[in-house]
Write a protein that binds this ligand. Structure first.
Ligand code: NAD
Length: 260
């Protein structure tokens, strides 16, 4: 996407997984990428690997002062902020009975408050330069509900509400706000629950296979959708969700029914 060349792009949660894939794709498009994360060594390694177009800047997205430092560092280096990708998030798997108030607060703070602070932090620079594009990384879990995922689902539905209201509020400043909603991502995100999930492999397979396009989205497919929403190719699109979920949110494929 030609219009992304030389753009200054801030990406949170870029130390690994989806965020790292997004950073690589923007760099391939010629953008300057600023990688933010709490995993300093991993993020620094990704930035080094991308090369001179990339820089790591430490940030905990729940910390408003850290956002100020993140945006200032990008402005100092690139002179502007064209794109913000709010990608950092944490997962929690557990029934409501097994999810404490503290856990619920933490999931909300990273997944919903973090992007809110990010939007607050970039808007004045974007307004001053005549506009920009903000892409939030949501989830199919922000389009549907699921048992055992209440804290995460709630945080991603909140992010969706933020996307819709921020897109509506900031359009007249030339700032578009959209989100991708993937089914799929980095399996490392499931790390703490892997031992339990091994007991549900058949059930998980049914969920991931019984959709319009079977299987999970690749990191690259998610990154491509983010680049589309960041670029002028989506210039009349704001406050929208782009599912990258093989149709999982739309309905369930029932195998035998194709023979009816
Ligand atoms: N993994 C999946 O199956 C899946 C599915 C749908 C959506 N998503 C979404 O994709 C996005 C990327 O996740 P991923 O799959 O690459 O998982 P991941 O765990 O590899 O990436 C999340 C990144 O966010 C960082 N992070 C966590 N808390 C942070 C904080 N307070 N401040 C800054 N950085 C922080 C982590 O260090 C990590 O690098 C997330 O928004 C996630 O909700 C993931």
């Amino acid at each position: 996407m030609k219009d992304l060349a030389d753009k200054a792009v801030l990406i949170t949660g870029a130390a690994r997984g989806t965020g790292a894939a997004i950073a690589r794709r923007f760099a391939e498009a010629g953008s300057h990428v600023f990688l933010g994360d709490i995993r300093h060594d991993e993020a620094e390694a990704v930035a080094r690997d991308i090369g001179e177009r990339a820089q790591f800047i430490p940030i905990d997205v729940t910390d408003e002062d850290a956002w100020t430092r993140f945006v200032s560092a990008a402005v100092e280096r690139a002179g502007r902020v064209d794109v913000l990708v709010n990608n950092a998030a944490v997962l929690h798997l557990g029934t409501i009975a097994n999810t404490s108030a503290d856990t619920m607060r933490r999931v909300f703070e990273v997944n919903t408050l973090g992007p809110f602070l990010g939007i607050r932090a970039v808007t004045s620079a974007m307004k001053a330069q005549g506009g920009g594009s903000i892409v939030n990384v949501g989830s199919v879990d922000g389009l549907i509900g699921m048992n055992g995922v209440s804290a995460y689902c709630t945080s991603k539905w909140g992010l969706r509400g933020l996307t819709k209201s921020a897109g509506t509020e900031l359009g007249r400043d030339g700032i578009r706000v959209n989100q991708v909603c993937p089914a799929g991502g980095n399996v490392e995100m499931y790390g703490p629950w892997m031992k339990q999930l091994v007991g549900f492999l058949d059930e998980t397979k049914v969920y991931t296979e019984n959709r319009g396009l079977p299987g999970e989205a690749s990191l690259e497919a998610i990154a491509d959708a983010v680049l589309f929403l960041a670029s002028d190719a989506s210039r009349n699109t704001t406050a929208s969700d782009l599912p990258v979920d093989g149709g999982a949110h739309a309905g369930t494929f029932i195998p035998g029914f194709n023979t009816l």
